[in-house]
Design a protein around this ligand. Structure first.
Ligand SMILES: [Ca+2]
Ligand SMILES: [Ca+2]
Length: 213
């Protein structure tokens, strides 16, 4: 087989595998792809790697700002590699078993309840994504027509390719999110975007290796 044909075959296999893993679409960085504020302690956050690269999750943390506070409580993320197309699900430790079954990480400090801003941070202070508005207590929740950060499941719409990197401007949950009934857990563990470009052969091969590591 010629080198060119081998490369084409490799690219085809790579594309099929990347498609199967949901990794065709690229986001600019990690995004918060799902937010569950359910009954009692049913709280969960899904973080999705829609990039073409393996991401070291330990370089990120999730800050919670409760009730309009300007002071963050940081939730540490584990030092694992998140493959392209993979999702990481954090669940409150007292959640129902049906929700805990989806957890990659169980954390007692994931105790938001609708009026608490959440910020995904890279390194010391680079904001990657956010939900809510830091410094504002909206009362019960940030709301919009048909949407709320309380008592619902929020999922990022597929066209969102970059997180909300401004955690202090006004927050409208209907911008970039769709809503599902309280205690909907079925979307956890994966995410789909339509963010465009297919990874080139060189970098997607790295992603392929990561997927099967
Ligand atoms: Ca609160
Ligand atoms: Ca914002």
């Amino acid at each position: 087989m010629s080198t060119r044909i081998k490369m084409r075959a490799l690219a085809a296999v790579t594309l099929v595998v990347m498609w199967a893993s949901g990794a065709l679409a690229q986001t600019s960085n990690l995004i918060i792809s799902e937010y569950i504020e359910g009954s009692a302690n049913n709280k969960a956050i899904e973080i999705y790697n829609g990039t073409q690269d393996v991401v070291s999750l330990g370089s990120y943390h999730l800050d919670r700002y409760s009730n309009g506070s300007a002071t963050a409580y940081s939730i540490v993320l584990p030092s694992i590699n998140l493959a392209p197309g993979a999702a990481h699900v954090i669940v409150h430790n007292l959640a129902d078993a049906a929700l805990l079954a989806h957890a990659n990480q169980i954390d007692a400090n994931l105790n938001f309840n609708g009026n608490d801003a959440l910020v995904l941070v890279y390194g010391g202070s680079t904001v990657i994504d956010s939900i809510g508005r830091v410094g504002e207590d909206p009362g019960t929740a940030w709301t919009c027509s048909g949407g709320s950060t309380a008592n619902l499941t929020m999922r990022r719409i597929s066209s969102v390719c970059t997180g909300d990197t401004n955690p202090t401007d006004a927050f409208n949950p209907c911008t970039g999110w769709v809503f599902f009934a309280i205690d909907t857990f079925s979307g956890l563990g994966g995410h789909v975007t339509d963010c465009g470009a297919v990874p080139d052969e060189g970098t997607s091969w790295g992603g392929l290796k990561a997927t099967f590591r």
